[in-house]
Design a protein around this ligand. Structure first.
Ligand SMILES: C[S@@+](CC[C@H](N)C(=O)[O-])C[C@H]1O[C@@H](n2cnc3c(N)ncnc32)[C@H](O)[C@@H]1O
Length: 213
């Protein structure tokens, strides 16, 4: 869900950096060929990810939830010249689609795809990350936080997508709604964690920015 009214969203997009041509194509092909194309970050959130990455200038980026590679390419725009972006997805059918676009970008050799369950892959990555984007299965967000924290340092940034979950985080909770339960727990964790400082931006479906203290 988008929280901004359509007219405001259009105005904001028109007065922000345009969506790069490669990402326009990726966006279009995702809508033509893939299931659940609404999962892709899109123009406005993509430009926000790109801008944040350019401000942080990360050496090592970790993304949990690649989908068709849109957000990975946005985050890569801010990476240092010799930086690396590691992105994880459990769906092997997306692998070649992602690679095609990564190789068309200037960052192809710096983007490393990992295929499998992020909970199993992350502990094997022997790296310290400056920037992490969490955008996979919502019920595991608290688990992702637990396993990435030891791989971060002071000043590292965690971006978490969908933290407002179509507004369900402020509605009556349904007993069987495990995703909303996990996001409520996760947002509380981000807000109360002694090692994190967090702000939630109500863009798209809610994007949390957390800085490691
Ligand atoms: C919302 S999409 C990611 C969208 C992408 N970050 C973007 O903005 O363009 C979520 C992705 O997480 C992947 N995913 C779900 N559970 C996962 C898991 N346990 N480990 C790794 N990837 C997972 C799905 O296959 C899906 O492609």
């Amino acid at each position: 869900m988008d929280f901004l009214p359509e007219k405001i969203n259009d105005y904001v997009e028109k007065h922000s950096q345009p969506e790069p041509e490669l990402l326009q194509r990726l966006n279009r092909e995702t809508w033509q060929k893939q299931l659940q194309p609404r999962m892709l970050s899109g123009h406005l959130q993509g430009r926000v990810l790109s801008m944040l990455s350019k401000l942080i200038r990360p050496q090592h980026i970790l993304e949990i939830g690649t989908y068709t590679g849109y957000s990975a390419l946005c985050l890569a725009e801010g990476m240092q010249e010799n930086g690396e972006l590691h992105t994880i997805d459990i769906n092997e059918e997306l692998y070649d689609f992602q690679r095609k676009y990564f190789d068309e970008s200037p960052f192809g050799k710096q983007i490393f795809q990992h295929l499998g369950n992020a909970l199993e892959i992350i502990p094997k990555l022997e790296k310290t990350f400056d920037l992490v984007f969490i955008d996979a299965d919502k019920n595991n967000y608290p688990n992702y936080l637990e396993i990435i924290l030891p791989k971060l340092k002071k000043g590292s940034v965690i971006l978490s997508d969908n933290v407002l979950w179509s507004g369900k985080v402020v509605e009556d909770l349904k007993e069987d709604d495990e995703d909303t339960k996990a996001l409520l727990q996760y947002n509380k964790l981000l807000n109360e964690h002694p090692k994190l400082e967090t702000v939630i931006l109500p863009i798209r479906d809610g994007l949390a920015i957390s800085r490691v203290l």
